[in-house]
Every structure is written in structure tokens, then in C-alpha cells.
Design a protein around this ligand. Structure first.
Ligand SMILES: Nc1ncnc2c1ncn2[C@@H]1O[C@H](COP(=O)(O)OP(=O)(O)OP(=O)(O)O)[C@@H](O)[C@H]1O
Length: 866
């Protein structure tokens, strides 16, 4: 290190403390990066890589960004999952002896962003900490630094549950002990892009003790302390806005694993991973960013407590019964600023006067919201309304102190109203009068000299001056004017009077700007004291927003209030898939019923491809979820049990990342459902078993159905292409066949999308092939083959006697009328035909899917026709 210049040595010392972050090293107006950081940053940020002499033989790689445009670059790096350490000059360069002192003032990481593009209005940005206890218990704590939300839970379950929870909250950064298992890290990283950070210290810092007062369990403390200590160490500033930590338990909410949430497209779609097309997108009629975030949290955590659900329902009822008040409320909610994030920025000290003006507008809405709510005033809504806190004194302060349209900068004046502070008024008088004095002085000089074009101007270098054009110079009194500057056709002068007036004005202006900044800081400090009240206010407003949103959607889309029962009964009349219905236009969507109870626990759904089996299954799960978050549901009548868990296996080309075959994933998920489901659960299995050879898959599917029927009793919807399974209805008393109907019109299939009792009688695979425009000859041939196969079908009931259906001999195939020519006996066959028959015999039908079989047939036929 000795060979480097003192500044580079300083850089290396700081960098050693932040090895896993890009170090933004402040040099004058730039943040510079050196060595590896420079090489990597120049690639990631697409900026020029240069080099500088640093005392060593080789030049040091360097790249930099101007400090005023740094936030954009920091956004990019942090968005890619990197950390950025901001190292500032902490002493005045003029006073520095030797190298200027520098220190890291903040570490910005994916989980600790406070502003910028990385933050989405309607989404939280959580940073989590994970602590492993004995017996494989996990403490999960998480906080949103931008809003101050702060939670903790203990997971006494598999690590998979921890992964689910971290993905559900959408954490982007996880803080762990340095010994944390690499295997666990891998499992977490497989599912989402996460940044890991280290914090060993789980001891309590006294300043945070008030946040932890409601926590009884020691493990809660350890988990939360790890997180708080990390935030404290990296943020190096006030965390006053962090709210009291609230503990929760996972079993308070309906359980759904990551796959199920994804399959059901609750908050993002499978294909685009965006919000559009998800249940959240459909429901989001919230008017505030805070409400939007709460809605997402509610969708992620449907309730299990009947009381909790009914309470939300009552609120929704009240909003539904009062259309005009609701619309009025919506209009006013629109004017409410993001109070939670504002509170966070107040605590961090980076709000400007414009933010506080927004706060003022928001607070002005509160009495209005309150009076609208009071006019609705029914039952429990009154309780919520009563907690709307207008923070009157704060509102009053903001109204008196800040001017309406302040500039962004808080250090250049122009933000505090006249009449708010006497000293400020006095300075302002001086500076306003000063301008008057200058105008007077200008007038006097003009009369004295008789020069009409004489004017008083200002420049930064020597302040106020008197400007006279060259042609008028002779009119100036000798000795009175001191020359300061010569221009092409004018000269600039000063006089003692001018300088005196100038001193008065500048002093007043400077003092008033300084005082304004001081006054602004005082206002900001006062706002800081209101942070907890603002946060509580934000909670109530968010809740009102989500509840009005439920009412708005329910009314707009003609939803009905679900009725709950403890008898595991489920009746859905005219149920619809909420999102498909919206996308395709309500008139076209075919509504469907679903009836299940303790005598009818399993539905085996058959029907052609594309008829709507998956849609039907999904709509039932979404109906249950909507009901349990307290919203109305897309149906004309709904009687529902409260589901404790929802499991889905709905085909999608997922999980290629984890290196497992689709079939393996299918089996793992089946296992997951079978191991954890209870009588109170809902299971959706879409064509389980199709990923393997026909009989294998069918056998497994049947065994799974039987197992759930006999040992679990969960409500199960099972769609299948194996028509053979429909005979199970005879054996399994709680299983019913239903099918999605289709009709043939003019030789084409028309999907009715209607669920009917009983099994489907026909597979319409060939029609789908026709829709896919396979050659007409081929379609015709497939129809002939189908007819033959159907004619030779054995009574299906037999299948159920043997769990694995009997594999037919190849023999009967010889009798098929495969060819249009008259039947021939073996003797009469030509050698070519014999060869083809042999080929036919050797075909492993069970290894093929129908399309492959058709291809082979087509080839054989082509050979025959020769
Ligand atoms: N009830 C309905 N009313 C109107 N259209 C529907 C309905 N249900 C489904 N559809 C339409 O039919 C399409 C196919 O539905 P879905 O994917 O559920 O079929 P599927 O039977 O599961 O098909 P596959 O067996 O090929 O997986 C959907 O994209 C939707 O547009």
C-alpha cells in the first residue's frame, strides 16, 4: 500500500470495510470509483473507464459520476442487486491539512432504498433478517424502511415455508449470520433475486427497546435485533419512524405456497410477471399508494378468523349501501399523499417544503373524510372513523408557515410565509426596501447626470454597479465614480452610497435565507414529533381505501356477499373467474355452478382441451380467496367453508431453474398437498400424471385421488384427460364426475364452457387438432381410427377392479379396418403389406402420445399407398 498516494491509501482503507459494495468516493463534484469497482461499474453503468496516476507503477482504473446525477446511477446499481457505499468529504477542503477527511455516510442496498425508481408506490420494499434457532426454528423479521412497518414471526416448520414467506413479502435483501447455511441461501436464491448481508450482532440497543415492548418471545427479540443492528450500522441516521414491531403467526392466515399463489396469479401473472392480468390488478380500485400496498398484503394473507372476515364484510356492506358517500370519499382519498413514506423521509431528514405542502393538503382532507364517514356511520365503521386523527395543530403550523408553491431547494429561501416570524419579516422589509432604495438611487443619479440611459445593475463579481454608455461618460462628475469594469460600449462604476445600500440589502437577504432554512428545519422537527400519529392515520386511511375498493369492485362487477358455514358446504351459483371475465367482457363469460359438501368432496372434471377446465378450477380458488379477504365474490350466490390452505398443481412449464423435470415437480407438489392438506383444505390438481407414459400416469392419478378420498377428505378438484378414471365414481362415494360440455356443429366442435354432471363422453382432441389446421386427410383418418378404437373398447368398469388397467395385447389391432381396401387374409397380403403389418405390431403404443401415434399412422399409410 506504501507505494500509493495518501488519497488512494485512504480509499483502500475505506474500501476494505465495504468489500461487497461499490464505493462512491467523493472527489469534489464527482463520485469516483477505482480498481475493480471502476471496471465493474463502467460495465454495469455503461460509463467511460479511465485511469489515473495513484503513486504505483501502473495507472489505476477509474470511473466516476457527477454528484448531482448520482441518484440515477445508484438506482441502476441497487436495482441490479448491488450495494453502494456513499463516502463523503467530511471536512471543509479549505481547512483540510493533507488529505481531506472522508467517511461512509450511508450504505444503500436493495432492501434499504428510501426513494428513487426502485420503489414502486403501491409496493412495499421489505428488508428481512433470518435467524436460525435450535430445533430448526426460524425467526423472520422484516421492515420497510420507507414506510416504517416492522414485523416478526417464528416459523417452526420446514425451510420451504420460510422461502414462501420471504417471497410473499417480496423482500429483496436478507440479513443473516455469517454462519448461515449455504444450502439455505441457494434455496432462497433459486426462487427470487436476493441480496444477502451479514449482521452478527443480535444484542439489544437501548434506543430500540421501545420498539420491542410488545414482544414476549426471546426469539422475536433476537430476530428483530439482528435487523435493527444492521440498519443502524449501515444507515447511520435516525430510524425514528420505525414502528413498533408487531408479531404474527402464520397459522392466523390461509396458507398457500409460492407455486399456488403464482398459479392463481394473485399479484402477478405467470407469463409477464407483471401486475396486469392478476387478481390484484382486477381488484385495485384503491386511490392511495398506502391503500394499494395494504390491498396487496391482504391478498397475500386471506383470513382464517370468521369474525375478522365478517367485520370486513360489514364495512364493505356499509360502503355498498352508500354510493354517493363512497364516490365522495374516493375523490378525497385521491388527494391524500403517501403519509407513510413521507413520515419515513421526515425521519431521514430528506423532505423538502413541497413534501410538507402535500402533507398539509393531505391533513386538510382528514376532516372531510371524517364527515363523509360520519354520514355513512354504521356500526363498526364508526370505530374506524373515530380513529381518523386530523393532527390539527400540525395542520395549523403548516398552514401558517409554508408558502403555497415553494421551490424544491430548502436552502435558498422563498419557502416561509410573511407574518410567521418577526425577524424574518424585518429582514425581508430591508431587502424589499433595499430594492426601492436602489430604484430611488438610480433615479437620483439620472437627474444628477442627465443621463437617461444610466442604470443600476448587479453582477456576482463586484455586486451592484452604475452603468453608463461610452457616449455619456463626459456627463459624469469627476472623482465621484470609481471605475470597476469597461465593456465594449459602456463603463461600470460604483459610488460609496451604492455600496452602503448594497451592504444593507445583501446582509438582509443572506440573513433571511439562513433564517428561512432554520425555520424550515424547526417545522420539519415538529413534523417529526408527529410521525407515530401520521403513521396511525395512514393505517386507518389505507384500511378505508381497501374497503371502499372492495365495495367499488363488488358493485361494478356484480359480486355477491358470500355466506360462511362450518359444515364444509360449498355452493357457488353462476360463479365466474374474476379476471377472465373482466378481460373477455362479462356477457361472453359462461357462469358455472359448483356444489360440494361433506358427502361430495371430490370433483373429477373431464372435457375437451380448451373447454375451460383450468379456468373453472381457478375460479373456485379465487372465489375462496376473495371471500376470505373480506370481499364479495363473482357469483349470484355463494355459501362457503373457510379454507385453511389452498394447494394447486396447475400445469405450467415451471421450475426448469431448479433442474427438476416437470413430472418430478408435479410429484413433489402432489406430495406437498397430500402431506399438509386437511379436511378444511382446497386442492386443485390439473391433469396430474400426464407427464409420464399413459398407464403410469393414470395409475398414479387414480392412486392420488383414492388417497385423498380415503385419508384426507379435502375438497379436491381434479381435471383429467384419462376418461378411464371416470369409473371411479362408482367406487368412491364422495367423488362426482362433472364435465365441461361441448357440442358438434357442422363437424366442428363448439365449446360451451358449461360444467355439467357426469363424465364427458368424447375426447375432442381431434377437433382441436383440426383447429390447429392439421391436414384434412389426416384429420379424416384420425376420425376413422377413433371410431374403430371406440368400437373395440372394453367395459370401462373393469379398470377399477385392477388399479393399473390391463395392457391390451397388440393382437386385436390386426382386426382394425385400417385400410380402405377390402379385408385380406394373411396369405393374401403382399410382402410390402406384411412388412407394414409387422411394423405396426412392433409399435410401442404406450410410449407414444396421440399425436405421435397419428404421425406414425400417417407414415404407414403413405407407404401403403405407395
Ligand atoms: N366459463 C367460460 N366462459 C367463457 N370462456 C371460457 C370459460 N372458461 C374458459 N374459457 C375460455 O377458454 C379458454 C381455455 O380455457 P382453459 O385453459 O381453462 O381450458 P382447459 O380445458 O383447461 O384446456 P386444456 O385441457 O387444454 O388445458 C380460456 O382461455 C378462456 O378464454
Amino acid at each position: 500500500m506504501g507505494q500509493y498516494t495518501p488519497m488512494i491509501q485512504q480509499y483502500l482503507k475505506v474500501k476494505a470495510e465495504y468489500p461487497d459494495a461499490f464505493l462512491f468516493f467523493r472527489l469534489g463534484d464527482f463520485y469516483e470509483m477505482f480498481f475493480e469497482d471502476a471496471i465493474n461499474a463502467s460495465q454495469e453503468l455503461e460509463i467511460t473507464l479511465t485511469s489515473r496516476d495513484g503513486g504505483s507503477e501502473e495507472r489505476i482504473p477509474m470511473c466516476g459520476v457527477p454528484y448531482h446525477s448520482a441518484p440515477g446511477y445508484i438506482d441502476i446499481l441497487v436495482g441490479k442487486g448491488y450495494k453502494v457505499a456513499i463516502c463523503e468529504q467530511t471536512e471543509d477542503p479549505k481547512q483540510a491539512k493533507g488529505v481531506i477527511k472522508r467517511e461512509v455516510v450511508q450504505l444503500i442496498t436493495p432492501g434499504t432504498m428510501m426513494e428513487g425508481k426502485g420503489l414502486t408506490d403501491k409496493e412495499n420494499n421489505f428488508i428481512a433478517s433470518l435467524t436460525v434457532f435450535e430445533d430448526n426454528c426460524f425467526g423472520l423479521a422484516y421492515a420497510d424502511l420507507s414506510t416504517g412497518e416492522n414485523r416478526v414471526t417464528i416459523i417452526e416448520d420446514r425451510f420451504e415455508t420460510v422461502v414462501n414467506e420471504i417471497i410473499t413479502i417480496g423482500a429483496r435483501e436478507v440479513v443473516v449470520h455469517s454462519d448461515f447455511s449455504e444450502d439455505f441461501k441457494l434455496k432462497l436464491s433459486e426462487r427470487s433475486t436476493l441480496t444477502f448481508s451479514i449482521e452478527e450482532d443480535t444484542s439489544l440497543k437501548q434506543e430500540y427497546a421501545p420498539l420491542l415492548t410488545s414482544l414476549q418471545d426471546k426469539r422475536h427479540h433476537a430476530a428483530v435485533n439482528r435487523l435493527l443492528n444492521y440498519l443502524n450500522r449501515t444507515q447511520k441516521r435516525s430510524l425514528d419512524h420505525l414502528q413498533k414491531v408487531s408479531a404474527y403467526m402464520l397459522h392466523q392466515f390461509m396458507k398457500m405456497d409460492y407455486y399456488s399463489k403464482r398459479n392463481l396469479e394473485l399479484t402477478e401473472t405467470i407469463r409477464s410477471k407483471g401486475k396486469k392480468g392478476s387478481l390484484l390488478w382486477l381488484l385495485d380500485e384503491t386511490k392511495t399508494a398506502m391503500g394499494g400496498r395494504m390491498l396487496k398484503q391482504w391478498i397475500d394473507r386471506p383470513l382464517l378468523s370468521m369474525d375478522g372476515i365478517l367485520l370486513r364484510q360489514t364495512h364493505v356492506d356499509a360502503f355498498l349501501a352508500n354510493y354517493f358517500e363512497r364516490e365522495d370519499l374516493r375523490d378525497h382519498l385521491k388527494e391524500v399523499y403517501d403519509l407513510e413514506r413521507l413520515a419515513g423521509r421526515v425521519a431521514f431528514g430528506n423532505v423538502n417544503a413541497r413534501d410538507l405542502i402535500q402533507l398539509k393538503y393531505s391533513l386538510q382532507q382528514v376532516p372531510v373524510l371524517k364527515s363523509i364517514m360520519e354520514s355513512i356511520g354504521k356500526g363498526s365503521l364508526e370505530e374506524l372513523t373515530a380513529t381518523l386523527d386530523p393532527c390539527e395543530e400540525l395542520q395549523d403550523l403548516l398552514e401558517r408557515s409554508l408558502i403555497e408553491n415553494p421551490p424544491i431547494s430548502v436552502k435558498e429561501g422563498g419557502i416561509i410565509q410573511d407574518g410567521f416570524n418577526e425577524d424574518l419579516d424585518r429582514y425581508r422589509d430591508a431587502s424589499r426596501n433595499g430594492k426601492k432604495w436602489l430604484a430611488q438611487l438610480e433615479q437620483e443619479e439620472r437627474s444628477r447626470t442627465g443621463i437617461k440611459s444610466l442604470k443600476i445593475g448587479y453582477n456576482r463579481i463586484f455586486g451592484y454597479f452604475i452603468e453608463v454608455t461610452k457616449s455619456n461618460l463626459q456627463h459624469l462628475e469627476e472623482g465621484r465614480y470609481e471605475r470597476k469594469q469597461t465593456l465594449a460600449n459602456a463603463e461600470r462604476f460604483i459610488t460609496p452610497e451604492l455600496k452602503e445600500t448594497e451592504a444593507l440589502i445583501l446582509e438582509a437577504e443572506e440573513k433571511s435565507v439562513d433564517l428561512e432554512y432554520e425555520l424550515f428545519k424547526q417545522v420539519r422537527e415538529t413534523v417529526k414529533e408527529y410521525i407515530p400519529r401520521l403513521q396511525s392515520l395512514a393505517k386507518v386511511i389505507s384500511e378505508l381505501d381497501v374497503l371502499q375498493c372492495f365495495a367499488t369492485v363488488s358493485e361494478k362487477r356484480h359480486y355477491v356477499k358470500p355466506v360462511f358455514n362450518h359444515k364444509r358446504k360449498m355452493i357457488i351459483r353462476d360463479g365466474r373467474h374474476p379476471v377472465v371475465e373482466k378481460v373477455m367482457n362479462a356477457q361472453e363469460y359462461v357462469p358455472n355452478d359448483c356444489e360440494m359438501d361433506s358427502e361430495r368432496e371430490q370433483l373429477l372434471i373431464t372435457g375437451p382441451n380448451m373447454s375451460g377446465k383450468s379456468t373453472y378450477m381457478r375460479q373456485i380458488a379465487l372465489t375462496a380467496i376473495l371471500a376470505q379477504i373480506g370481499c364479495y365474490v363473482p357469483a349470484s350466490e355463494a355459501v362457503l367453508p373457510i379454507f385453511d390452505q389452498i394447494f394447486t398443481r396447475i400445469g405450467a412449464a415451471d421450475d426448469l431453474i431448479s433442474g427438476q423435470s416437470t413430472f418430478m415437480v408435479e410429484m413433489l407438489e402432489a406430495k406437498n398437498a397430500i402431506t399438509h392438506a386437511t379436511e378444511q383444505s382446497l386442492i386443485l390438481f390439473d391433469e396430474i400424471g400426464r407427464g409420464t407414459s399413459t398407464y403410469d400416469g393414470m395409475a398414479l392419478a387414480q392412486a392420488i385421488i383414492e388417497y385423498i378420498h380415503q385419508y384426507i377428505g379435502a375438497k379436491t378438484l381434479f381435471s383429467t384427460h384419462y376418461h378411464e378414471l371416470t369409473v371411479l365414481e362408482k367406487e368412491l362415494p364422495k367423488l362426482r364426475n362433472v364435465h365441461v360440455s361441448a357440442i358438434e356443429q357442422n363437424g366442428k366442435v363448439v365449446f360451451l364452457h358449461k360444467i355439467k354432471q357426469g363424465p364427458a363422453d368424447k375426447s375432442y382432441g381431434i377437433h382441436v387438432a383440426q383447429l390447429a389446421e392439421l391436414p384434412p386427410k389426416l384429420i379424416q383418418r384420425a376420425n376413422e381410427i377413433l371410431l374403430t378404437l371406440e368400437n373395440m373398447d372394453q367395459p370401462k368398469a373393469e379398470l377399477n377392479v385392477r388399479p393399473v388397467p390391463e395392457i391390451r395385447e397388440a393382437g386385436p389391432l390386426e382386426q382394425l379396418s385400417l385400410f380402405d381396401e377390402p379385408k385380406k387374409t394373411k396369405k393374401e397380403l403382399t410382402s410390402k403389406e406384411r412388412k407394414i403389418v409387422e411394423e405396426l405390431k412392433s409399435i410401442e403404443l404406450l410410449e407414444m402420445n396421440p399425436l405421435q401415434a397419428m404421425n406414425v399412422l400417417y407414415e404407414l399409410q403413405k407407404k401403403l399407398k405407395g
